[in-house]
Every structure is written in C-alpha cells, then in structure tokens.
Ligand binder design. Structure first.
Ligand code: NDP
Length: 421
C-alpha cells in the first residue's frame, strides 16, 4: 500500500518498525534512518533474517536536527508518511521538512527544546508559564502553531501516538463515543510493575524520562491548571494483574490536548507508579546536578550532565531480556450517560517477557511502538484523514481500538472500577 520513513532506531522505533514489517499489507516499504546507520542496518538484517515480512527495508543516515538533511532524505526516499521516533527535540525540524515536501507527519511525543537555557526559547516559555499556569518544558503550542500551514498544504500531522499520550487519548475518545454523554473526570494511571534487576535504570530515553519525572506535577481542574511540587501528590492503587503500587501525580502532555478536545471535562489527572529506590536515586542525581540540561565545562570540554548520565545508565533497549512483570496502563472516566452517573476504566495489561519473546523488547518500548505503527497505519490507509495538525482523540477511535486488539495490545473495559480518591 505505501512507504513509511521512520526517523530514529531506538527502543520505541525498533518495536514500531518490526510491527510495520509484520503489517506488510500496509507497509510495502520501510526506510529506517538515524545518525548511527549501523543500528538501522542491524535491525534491517534482523527482520530480513526472520524471512517473514514482504516489506522492502532500506536504511539511511540522517541528522534530524537539520531541516536540509531531512528534506534531501525525504526527496530521495519519497515516503507517504514520516514517522518521527527520534527525540522530542527533533519534532519541529521534522515537521518543517514534511511541510516542505508535502508528506504526512506522525510522532509520539510533543516538542521540547534540547537546551532549556536557550534565551530565545526561554522568553516564550516564561510567557507561557504565566499565561497557562504550568511550568513543564514541553507543551503543544509549538506544534499546534503548524495548524494553518499543514491545512494549506493539504497534509496531516498526527501528534502523540504512543501509549500515553496516544492510546490513553484514543481510550478517551472511545469512552465518549460509546459510554458517556458527558465525561466529567479522567484519571490516567500508568503502572509499570516490571523489574529489570538494576538499582537504577529508565525504561525509555533517560534524558526525556528524568526531565519529565523531576519536574513539577500539575492537573487540570475547572478550566485551569493546578501545579504541584514534584511527587507532592501520592496515592496507592491496586492494579489488575500487578497488585498494590504507590503512584504519583505528574504533569503529562495529553492532559493539555484532552482538556481542549473532550467537551465539558472538569478534571484530568495523570499518575505514574514509582518504587522508592527509583525516587531516591533520582533525588540524589538531581541534588548533585546530574540532571542539568545546560552545558558545563569539564576538563576544557563542554558536557551536558544529563547526557553524560545517559551514557552511564543501561540502554533502555537492553532491558528486554532481564525485565519481568507487567505494565497496566489505562484511564478511569466518570460522567453521565442517559441522565445517570457512570464510571468505567479502560486499560491494557502487557507482559515484559511476552514482548521480549515476540520482538526482543521490554513492554515500555512495546506499548509505545505498537501504537506508533497503528497511528501511522491510520494515515497510510486513509482511515484517519484531514488536512491540519491533530491529536489522536480528534479522530474516530473505533478502527484504532480494533487495531490495538489485533496488533498486541488488547484492552478491557471495567464497568465497576476501583476509583482514585
Ligand atoms: P531512544 O533514545 O532509545 O532513541 C532515540 C532515537 O532517535 C535513536 O535511534 C537516535 O539515533 C535517534 N536520534 C536522536 N537524535 C537524532 C537526530 N538528531 N537525528 C536523527 N536521529 C536521532 O528513545 P526511545 O526509543 O526511548 O524514545 C523515542 C521517542 O518515543 C521519544 O520521543 C520519547 O519521548 C517517545 N516516547 C513516547 C511514549 C508515549 O507513550 N507516548 C513513551 C516512551 C517514549 P541516533 O543517535 O543514531 O541518531
């Protein structure tokens, strides 16, 4: 049917690409590109050696910080869709290149600058903090600003098709379509009950993960943001197939888009589970300055502490063989249906070892990479179409929900859920 160009070959991309190769009726051709082409070649060899996919796979070298490099690559590959699974730092350059070439764009995380001390960016950021009332470094304003340009060009950008954001947002559209006349509250619960056996490691890119977790929390209530100190709000929750876990309120990007796209919603919160050891390590690293994102001089050379830390920590893509246990990610909704109050929970449980057996990856990469393939498939097949910039909850959730069941992330609707107080 069509050709996808995937930018990035990290933990998430390796799952998405293998899933595209399984789905060879849709993805005739897959080009994998990043700065380290040897990694892309290794994945191509792995898929070809299995001999199960009819997709033609090619690889290329690209620096996605350069719009010119990207344009040259897109012009030579001629993809129908570009799937951006590099880092949030590259979102805008890749969106610019897609715009210049008239090609659809899909990603899994919203824009965040690499250097948060950049004075130009900081000016806009500080204004936004005052106007909107949350201080996270990432927000949708940068990418939503492409709306008119994408519309005029007649191309589609789909933002945030991972698990959260992504599946949690599609769950919300599905709940609204089939279970509610009005949704009043959404609690998004992200539980990783997996154990990799290291004292400290992150399950996806450490820089992005640690930035997110060490930041202030926030939630949406009655039309505005309420900000909290990092890890200030803690709850316990008994997760199906995982058990009792501590979870903490974080700021998360889908709160921003769901507040805009779910009419009448009064409160949206996001909780993620963390063990005490993870939190103690993170606090210590923060206290000694290892989470700093600005360059410091070391022996006559500039280094960015969080990037140096990334080099020391286990590569998230290497956690697969050693991680056991399950993830349980989903959303609890309350609201009204036919004049009566109602509460439901929609969730998926994913087993780290099952993911490893299937694709050689742990469940965090799996639960992100599968929806990245599905979102791209929605655009490639025209099941989701429209000119402009969209979040996933703006489309019909049904074909996406069906695809989750088919491609490895089956979901459950619980009509009598345990609530979070
Ligand atoms: P990794 O760090 O494992 O991989 C990042 C990839 O991007 C690498 O292959 C890297 O390759 C490539 N890359 C980085 N910079 C550039 C560049 N300048 N040019 C070209 N390629 C580049 O990250 P993950 O796989 O863990 O995460 C990928 C994305 O998924 C991130 O944006 C993350 O935020 C998002 N994510 C979303 C989730 C969700 O549920 N929505 C959950 C988890 C992650 P190389 O160095 O060779 O260039």
């Amino acid at each position: 049917m069509g050709k996808v160009l995937v930018i990035g070959c990290g933990g998430v991309a390796q799952v998405a690409i293998q899933k595209c190769a399984q789905n060879d009726a849709v993805f005739d051709e897959i080009c994998i590109a990043s700065r380290t082409v040897s990694k892309c070649d290794d994945l191509k060899k792995k898929i070809e050696a299995q001999g199960k996919s009819r997709s033609k796979i090619t690889t290329a070298k690209v620096n996605a910080d350069s719009v010119d490099d990207l344009i040259a690559l897109i012009k030579s590959v001629k993809p129908d869709v570009v799937l951006n699974l590099a880092l949030p730092y590259q979102d805008l350059t890749i969106m610019d290149a897609c715009l210049a070439c008239g090609v659809h764009y899909v990603d899994s995380a919203n824009y965040e600058p690499e250097d948060t001390e950049d004075p130009e960016w900081r000016k806009i950021y500080e204004k936004r903090c005052k106007e909107l009332g949350f201080t996270a470094y990432f927000d949708y304003s940068w990418q939503w600003a492409y709306q008119k340009k994408y519309k005029d060009a007649g191309i589609t950008a789909i933002l945030g098709t991972g698990f959260d954001p992504g599946v949690t947002s599609v769950f919300s559209a599905y709940a609204l379509k089939h279970y509610f006349d009005e949704i009043h509250t959404i609690d998004i619960l992200d539980c990783n009950g997996g154990d990799h056996g290291y004292p400290f490691a992150t399950n996806f890119n450490p820089e992005i993960n640690l930035r997110e977790v060490s930041a202030n929390g926030s939630y949406w209530e009655n039309g505005h943001w309420v900000e909290t100190k990092p890890m200030e709000i803690k709850r316990e929750y008994n997760f199906e197939q995982v058990g009792m876990k501590d979870m903490y309120l974080l700021h998360h990007e889908e709160i921003e888009s769901l507040a805009k796209n779910i009419p009448g919603v009064k409160r949206i919160r996001f909780f993620m589970t963390f063990g005490q050891s993870y939190l103690t390590h993170m606090k210590c690293l923060e206290n000694v300055g290892m989470l700093r994102t600005d360059p410091v001089m070391f022996e006559g050379k500039e280094i960015v502490p969080i990037q140096f830390l990334k080099a020391l920590l286990p590569d998230p893509a290497s956690l697969g063989p050693r991680t056991v246990g399950k993830t349980n990610i989903g959303c609890i909704y309350t609201g009204i249906k036919d004049g009566k109050k109602r509460a439901i929970k929609i969730y998926n449980v994913c087993d780290h070892q099952e993911c490893y057996k299937e694709l050689g990856s742990q469940a965090i990469s799996y639960t992100t990479g599968v929806p990245a393939m599905i979102g791209t498939m929605m655009v490639m097949t025209g099941q989701w179409k429209g000119a402009g910039v969209f979040n996933v909850e703006e489309f019909d959730p049904d074909p996406y929900m069906e695809a989750l069941n088919k491609w490895g992330l089956p979901w459950v609707v619980d009509e009598n859920p345990v609530m979070v107080d």
